[in-house]
Design a protein around this ligand. Structure first.
Ligand SMILES: [Zn+2]
Length: 224
């Protein structure tokens, strides 16, 4: 589904993988569960592009529904892959970067506790480590923001030229706007709130979260 010119969300894949189309190739943000890779490739084909057009795959954090599809997608495309150090270390072990707490109610936590014993992601060595202040050459400059809280090494990506923020699971969206990461799946609540405030101050026009609909006219719809 098209969000703006050159930015798409892959429908029907958990954790909303996003695709940016640039003249030098495609950037994929998050890769879904292990089986998501195939659906992402099918969607790329529907855009008239091929797996080989994928130049970059960025993972916001090492939850199975975000990096599960990474290994198959990278194998098919040969793309370079990116994550923060903490999340890359977890992806290299094929597991999340923090434990899911046995408290709190959320659909995501239930998904995790029910599915985790059955869903295995292929461990993968990410090519490049991202940190605060770096800018990738996608969408006119894609800034890396460290947004810990949901996980310790979570990153978000912001394209100031178009006002689009990809916030991973640092926030979730619903029809009304954005909400914070839910308690049972949050590594550190205080840092999660700090990361929400930091992102609220960017002036983003559109927010693309890992779960929920794309938030248009995002000003005033942040949880803080
Ligand atoms: Zn997550």
């Amino acid at each position: 589904m098209k969000i703006i010119d050159n930015v798409f969300v892959v429908p029907g894949v958990v954790a909303n993988p996003y695709i940016i189309v640039d003249t030098d190739g495609l950037t994929v943000i998050d890769a879904g569960f292990p089986r998501g890779g195939r659906k992402i490739l099918a969607y790329i084909a529907s855009l008239g592009k091929s797996a080989q057009d994928v130049k970059r795959i960025i993972i916001t954090h090492a939850d199975l529904d975000h990096f599960g599809g990474l290994a198959p997608l990278q194998k098919a495309s040969g793309a370079r892959t990116y994550a923060s150090q903490i999340e890359a270390d977890a992806i290299a072990m094929g597991k999340p970067s923090r434990k899911i707490k046995p408290t709190g109610f959320s659909l995501q936590r239930i998904l995790f506790t029910v599915l985790s014993p059955f869903v295995k992601a292929t461990p993968f060595q990410v090519h490049e480590i991202l940190a605060e202040g770096q800018t990738l050459p996608s969408l006119g400059g894609l800034q890396v923001l460290e947004t810990p809280g949901h996980t310790p090494g979570h990153i978000s990506l912001f394209a100031p030229s178009v006002g689009v923020l990809f916030c991973g699971d640092s926030m979730v969206s619903d029809e009304k706007g954005l909400r914070g990461s839910r308690p049972g799946i949050t590594w550190d609540e205080t840092r999660a709130r700090e990361s929400e405030r930091k992102q609220a101050g960017l002036g983003a026009r559109i927010v693309c979260a890992g779960h929920g609909p794309v938030v248009i006219d995002a000003m005033g719809k942040f949880p803080v």
